[in-house]
Design a protein around this ligand. Sequence first.
Ligand code: HEM
Length: 529
Amino acid sequence: MAENKDKNASNEQDVKRETLTTRQGRPVADNQNIRTIGDRGPATLENYHFIEKISHFDREEVPERVVHARGSGAFGYFETYGKVGDEPVEKYTRAKVFSGAGKKTPLMVRFSTVAGSKDSPETDRDPRGFAIKMYTEDGNWDLVGNNLKIFFIRDAMKFPDMIHAFKADPVSNVPNPQRMFDFVSRSPEATHMITFLFSPWGIPATYRHMQGSGVNTYKWVNDKGEAVLVKYHWEPKSGIRNLTQEEASSIQAKNVSHATQDLYEAIEREDYPEWELFVQIMEDDYHPELDFDPLDDTKLWPEDKFPWLPVGRMVLDRNPVDFHAEIEQAAFGTGVLVDGMDFSDDKMLQGRTFSYSDTQRYRVGANYLKLPVNAPKPTVRSNQHRGQMDIPDPRESTDNPHINYEPSMIGGYQEVSEEEPAQHRPTYNAAAMSAPIDRPNNYGQAGDTYRSFEDWERDELIENLSGALAICDKRIQDAMIGHFSQADEDYGRLVKEGIEQKMKQLQEDKTENKVPGRDAGISKYGEGS
Ligand code: HEM
C-alpha cells in the first residue's frame, strides 16, 4: 500500500464513506500513484484509470456563454394567484401556469452579469440577467430578462457589434470604456439604458435585492384566440438595494463572488428569496396616442396608463447540488413558450429567439434539452433524436417503436388529434424592408428617468459617467454630452463639467508620472468597475 494512502487512512473518522470507483464502476485501489516501471518511472501506457482521470479533467469545461457567462442560480417554485389584478387570468391567457389560485409550478432561476467572463467580479457595473425556466404541465416556459426593465438597442442586427464594443479590446484584451461609448454615441437609443447603468442601479447590491423584467414584449392568448401585449416584472420581497461605486469597489477588493455567495448562503440558512410577479397589459395595436412604439425595448410602459398587476409569486428554496450540471448547463431561450403565450412583433425578441438555442447547440451540445435541468416535466415524445450524447427516448410509450417519423398509418407518435384551441392569427399587410421604427423618441424617457432619481443617485450618475468619459476621444465625449443634453439640459451640462474636472485630474496625475486611467481607478465601464 502506498505511503500517501496510509496517511489518508489515518485521517479517517467514524463516518461511513463510500468507495471511490472509476467511471466504469470498478473500485479504485490506488488514487495517488500512477503505474510506473520501478518507483521512479517511466510511466506505462496501459494506465487506464490515470488516463481516464486526466483526459476527463482535460475536458471539464464547456465553452462559457458568449454573454452572461458569470452567473449563479437556484431552484424553487412559482405560485399563481389565478387572477391578474382583480380579473380572472383566463380573460387574457389560457396558459395553465397562471390558472387555479395557489397552484405551484417548479422552476429554476439563473442570475448573471453580461459582459464579464465566467469568473469576473460580481460587482461589475453591468445589467444583471434574470432568467427563469418554469417546468409547467404544458412544457417549459422560459422568461429571459434583466433587472433594468429596458435594453440598450431595439434591433437584433446590432447585438453582436454592441457586445464586441462592451468586451475587451481584441488586440490587447484590455477593457476600455471608450469602446462602449464609441458604439453608444452612434446609437442614441441607448441613452436611456446608459442613464440607468451609470447610476447606482447599474450595480445591484445582491441578486436577492434586485428587480427582474422580461424587457421584451410578449403576447397572452385566451381561449378565443384573442391576444393582448404583455410585459413581465419581478419585484423582490426583500426590497431593492443598489451600490455606489465606492461600496462596490470595496466589496470587490475582498470578494469577487459576493452575489453568488449571498444567494447560496441565504438559501442554506432557509431565508428563501421571494419575488412577486406583475404584468402590464396593452391592446395589441400601434397606439398612436403614445410618443413611443410600445414594442421598443428601450422604453418603459408608463405605470399610470398600464398599471402593474400582480399575478403570482416566486420562491427560491433549493441550491444546486451540482453547479456545472444544473447551472452552467442550464439553457434558457426566448422561444420557449407554452400554449396561451405568443411572440409580439418586437424585433429584438424575434432576433433573440433564434440566437439562444443556436448557441446552446454549440455550447452544451445538440442534445442539451435532454439534460435534467433543461428537460421539461411532460414526457417528450419527439422524433428528434440521435446526435452526440443522446440518451434513449421512452419509445416504449408508442404502439410501434419502429416508426420514428410522422405522419404514418402504421404507428408512431401523431400530432394533436383533438380539436385545437382557437389559434391567434395576426394578419399583416406591409412591404418587407430593413428600416428603423418611426417613433424612436430616444431621449424623452432618458430625461424622465434622470429626473426621477434621488439626488445621491444623480450625483453618482454624473461622477461615474464623467470618470468613464474622461479617457474617451473628444468626438465621443461631445456626442455623449449631446445625447445627455437632449435628454435633460442639466444632465448634459453636469456631465460636461464632470468630464472637464476628471480630465484635469488625469493631466495632474500624468505630470506626477502616475499611469493615467489606472491610477484614476478607471477600467471597463468607469471608475473601479
Ligand atoms: C444570454 C443572445 C438580448 C438577457 C444570451 C446568450 C446569447 C444571447 C447568445 C447566451 C445563451 C447561452 O449560452 O445559453 C442575445 C441576443 C440578443 C440578446 C442575440 C439581442 C438580439 C438580450 C436582452 C436581454 C437578454 C434584451 C434582457 C432582456 C439574457 C440573459 C442571458 C442571456 C438573462 C443569460 C441566460 C442564462 O442565465 O443562461 N443572450 N441576447 N439578452 N441573455 Fe441575451
